[in-house]
Design a protein around this ligand. Structure first.
Ligand code: 3HC
Length: 321
């Protein structure tokens, strides 16, 4: 049988399978390109969750009240859990956790650009919950319908917790924006610094996205980057107006004809610098991750030793029986 014919037949069958809204499972045949892009995307997503704990973790000891501290602790712990779901989802594609962590630490794998910005004041914690988790929700609600089963199921689980993340952030912004003039100034300053990087989270414009078109054909992505970005802007502008904050974009205006907000040009040079490792905090984020991994080696060693002992016990138990 002509291999190319077979491959084309397999590809056509696969395309018909996803077009019929079936979920692809780990044991199913899949094009190499499908597997490759999903390993890249899910691993990047998992890394983002874990690295994303760092900017917020920076304020746990400095939260303004016990209530705020408890909420922030819960949120950061949730992110760790999201990372574990997603690492488990990507491991179903035949990669190991060690491989993934090594690729993160050596800079071979990306994580979301947004986590390379500093958290300068408590208002940043509000802006992250409101804007970063808000953007993540728009992206992840769409990803709940991704064609790869384990990823879709992880997204459904994660989305349940994201709405709490966004709401607690927005509550912080309300408290500050409706507080003293100094608190409102803090909220505006954080908004000014997090607005544009949040728009960049959705990735380059689809016209410049090397993966979007194919990922949409394979139903990995259900919406393009620009469509999700626009949805986020349309959703967030009224929230900013309720806070009485000024959107840091002089070109932002409602376009009645389009039924959407028009907004200014994104600084893609900044985005490309950040994803190439030259953002404000890239170096410190990777250093922190590498140190945490080294400091945690004894836990991994103990877990492996315990598992080995248990296996030994059950083997000798079987032999004795
Ligand atoms: N940060 C870092 N890299 C990014 C990026 C971003 N915000 N957006 C795009 N890129 C990279 C892509 O990885 C790709 O790089 P590569 O080919 O060298 O790997 C390149 O830029 C081109 O981008 P594409 O749009 O062609 O890539 P994708 O089709 O993968 O789309 C994406 C990018 C929309 C981010 C998509 O990967 C995606 O939806 N990923 C899953 C969601 C995710 O990773 N979210 C990160 C935030 S997680 C989070 O916010 C946690 C929350 O709890 C706070």
């Amino acid at each position: 049988m002509d291999y190319r014919m077979e491959n084309q037949e397999l590809l056509d069958k696969f395309q018909a399978y996803v077009d019929a809204e079936n979920k692809v499972e780990a044991k199913d045949w899949m094009p190499d390109g499908y597997r490759k892009t999903l390993i890249r995307q899910i691993a990047q997503h998992a890394h983002s969750e874990v690295v994303g704990m760092l900017p917020e973790g920076n304020w746990i000891t400095r939260a303004p009240s016990l209530r705020r501290k408890a909420i922030l602790l819960a949120k950061v712990q949730d992110e760790a859990g999201h990372g574990l779901y997603l690492y488990s989802a990507v491991e179903t594609m035949g990669v190991t956790r060690d491989q993934l962590i090594d690729e993160l630490h050596t800079g071979k794998a990306k994580y979301s650009s947004i986590f390379n910005y500093p958290t300068i004041s408590w208002a940043d914690i509000g802006a992250i919950g409101w804007l970063v988790d808000g953007a993540a929700i728009v992206n992840q609600v769409s990803l709940q319908r991704t064609s790869y089963g384990p990823y879709s199921r992880a997204m459904i689980r994660i989305c349940k917790e994201e709405s709490f993340h966004q709401r607690q952030g927005y509550e912080i912004m309300i408290a500050l924006a409706k507080g003293t003039p100094e608190q409102k100034r803090m909220a505006q300053d954080a908004f000014n610094r997090w607005w544009w990087p949040s728009l960049m989270m959705f990735g380059p414009s689809d016209a410049n996205s090397e993966h979007s078109a194919q990922n949409i054909r394979w139903k990995i992505k259900r919406h393009g980057n620009d469509e999700l970005r626009q949805k986020f802007v349309d959703m967030t502008v009224p929230q900013a107006e309720y806070l009485g904050l000024t959107i840091p974009d002089p070109d932002l205006r409602w376009n009645e004809e389009r039924g959407h907000y028009d907004f200014g040009d994104i600084n893609w040079d900044e985005f490309n610098q950040v994803i190439r490792g030259n953002g404000p905090c890239n170096k410190q984020r990777l250093e922190a991750r590498k140190k945490a991994h080294e400091d945690g080696a004894w836990v991994r060693d103990a877990a492996v030793a315990y598992a080995r002992k248990q296996q030994e016990k059950s083997r000798t138990g079987e032999a004795a029986a």
